[in-house]
Design a protein around this ligand. Structure first.
Ligand SMILES: [Zn+2]
Length: 160
């Protein structure tokens, strides 16, 4: 049966919210000073040296999409076997990762999220930037909290 219900258990909600939160900070793995960069330091140092912060594959739509698909697959396979099939963790991961890219795109440094997509070069190289100074704006914190709440509410939906 296909449909949307609110029957996801508290475990699904907490795990989906956690995964959405993890995906919301994962793209910064290319910055050794970031939370994820400190946790996975060798990878972080490699990414920064090879591409630089925000120029690595971690700050692209392709990375967010593939990571979210991976989360969804890892959750669905054992969940399906246990009768707990739900798309919520994958959707929360996708929203978390997307929120990171959106928030970075309104900062002064900006990002090029479309790299690696099979689209014309001028679109792949398009930089999205705004006026916020990363880490110094109250609006950034408000948006981060809104993203976490969004992941939580998305997690309440059980898509079967
Ligand atoms: Zn970032």
């Amino acid at each position: 049966m296909t449909g949307i219900s609110f029957e996801g258990g508290m475990g699904d909600i907490l795990i989906s919210t956690l995964l959405g939160g993890v995906m919301a900070v994962l793209p910064d793995v290319d910055h050794p000073g970031s939370m994820t960069g400190r946790l996975i330091r060798p990878l972080s140092l490699y990414l920064e040296e090879r591409w630089g912060h925000r120029d690595s594959p971690a700050h692209t739509a392709v990375f967010v999409f593939i990571s979210s698909l991976t989360v969804a697959a890892l959750w669905l396979l054992p969940g399906h076997l246990a009768g707990l099939s739900t798309m919520a963790p994958g959707i929360a991961a996708l929203l978390g990762g997307t929120s990171h890219l959106v928030m970075d795109s309104v900062t002064r440094s900006g990002i090029k999220p479309w790299r690696y997509l099979p689209i014309p070069e001028k679109w792949r190289q398009k930089i999205y930037r705004g006026t916020l100074e990363s880490g110094k704006s109250a609006l950034e914190r408000v948006l981060a909290c809104a993203g976490l709440l969004g992941a939580f509410f998305i997690s309440i939906f059980k898509l079967t």
